[in-house]
Design a protein around this ligand. Structure first.
Ligand SMILES: Cc1ncc(COP(=O)(O)O)c(C=O)c1O
Length: 281
């Protein structure tokens, strides 16, 4: 039985109970984070917590994050993941328990803090090397998707539409621009230059996106942050997604058409290698 963290306590998952009046349950009034750990070492936790702090501030949920690094470490240990090859810690903070109103609760409310840890596995080299398929889906999310809100219904519906269409992942498109995936950022490679949408309010500022941009620069690969029209994305030499559990995820088919030569390209291969090496450094 997994051990989870709930409001200061470590307890078996089936003993963790959240009120039906929790504003996360009723209104999706909260934010979340997913932080990876490689061989037990949390990777870029401070960046995940900085993004969490920005989200909490945007939602005006008052909860400090100082205790959370120790909580992450303990949750990995409690679940036998302190030496695991790869694991994640999922953390969610909601505004707390209060009678349902759209405006904030009248009095002070203690935020609800819930977290769990679990192992994850990347696709093996053979599966990764065959690449993946993406399906374009209209981006129907709100105007502040840079906030890692637990309100993920448009992402859920987009990913479901992609899967029902036989693809592995959704590529969200708004006003003719390839924005990002349903749970990952998207990159196109054009003549050796790696391009991705700017870190605006229209994408989640992925920690992996930032990491891959750093790796590309270090490798002397050209980098551009600009909106990429879908028509241009369809002509990319390579497309790949990035994310915490997605890592570098090559797309070889987009809406039934091959991407570039229809096989995983050299830039994705190079960045994946650097990505994995960096997590173990
Ligand atoms: C919509 C969206 N974009 C991008 C990402 C990638 O972010 P990160 O690299 O921090 O995992 C995620 C991760 O969940 C996401 O949900």
């Amino acid at each position: 039985m997994a051990t989870v963290f709930l409001n200061g306590n470590y307890l078996p998952a089936d003993e963790a109970k959240v009120s039906v009046n929790d504003r996360g349950f009723l209104l999706a009034d909260g934010v979340y984070e997913v932080t990876p750990a490689y061989r037990g070492r949390l990777f870029r936790l401070e960046r995940h917590l900085a993004r969490l702090r920005r989200g909490l501030a945007a939602l005006r949920i008052e909860r400090a994050v100082d205790d959370l690094p120790a909580m992450h470490e303990r949750l990995l240990a409690e679940n036998g993941l302190a030496d695991a090859e790869m694991a994640i810690v999922y953390l969610q903070i909601t505004r707390g328990v209060a009678p349902r109103t759209h405006q904030f609760p009248a009095g002070p409310v203690e935020p609800t803090v819930y977290a769990f840890a679990k192992a994850f596995q990347r696709p093996d080299d053979e599966r990764w090397g065959r690449g993946f398929s993406a399906r374009t889906v209209p981006d129907q999310r709100w105007g502040r998707v840079d906030i890692k809100s637990i309100a993920l219904l448009p992402n859920v519906l987009a990913q479901q539409a992609a899967v029902e269409a036989g693809a592995d992942v959704a590529l969200l498109v708004r006003d003719g621009i390839a924005i990002e995936g349903a749970h990952a950022n998207v990159f196109g490679v054009f003549d050796g230059v790696v391009c991705t949408h700017p870190a605006s309010h229209q994408i989640l500022h992925g920690i992996s996106r930032e990491y891959v941009l750093e790796l590309a620069r270090e490798a002397g690969i050209g980098v551009e942050e600009r909106p990429i029209p879908l028509d241009e994305m369809r002509r990319a030499d390579e497309i790949f997604f990035t994310g915490t559990t997605t890592e570098v995820y090559p797309i070889v088919r987009l809406d039934e058409a091959p991407v570039g030569k229809g096989v995983v390209g050299p830039v994705a291969r190079r960045l994946r290698e650097a990505f994995i090496a960096g997590t173990l450094a």
